[in-house]
Design a protein around this ligand. Structure first.
Ligand SMILES: O=C(O)C[C@H]1C=CC(=O)O1
Length: 96
């Protein structure tokens, strides 16, 4: 199943630079591991916001939740998930 996921990141203002840098480093390693697995297909920055729009191709909601909740910044995100399917009029045969 293919999901479009929007993640808005809300880092607590109380965090110091070192803590923010540590989370960002671990976040990058974690998301790149999932991207390398092929499950996390696209990762785009939303212009002008500390948000991303991602496309994940996974077995279903359980796997989606496992991946998204493995991110170190997961507790500090507001996440919107949209499940998508093929449009009958789409010229392209494949979803992604
Ligand atoms: O910066 C972000 O958008 C948060 C986050 C989600 C994946 C990733 O690599 O970073």
């Amino acid at each position: 199943m293919v999901y479009v996921v929007e993640m808005d990141v809300n880092i607590p203002e109380s965090w110091n630079e070192e803590k923010v840098a540590d989370y960002i480093t671990r976040e990058k390693a974690c998301s790149q591991e999932h991207q390398q697995s092929g499950k996390w297909v696209y990762l785009w920055r939303v212009a002008g916001k500390y948000s991303n729009i991602s496309v994940l191709d996974v077995e279903g909601p359980d796997e989606l939740h496992r991946i998204v909740s493995s991110l170190p910044l997961f507790p500090y995100m507001t996440i919107k998930v949209t499940s998508i399917c093929k449009h009958p009029n789409a010229l392209k045969e494949t979803m992604i």
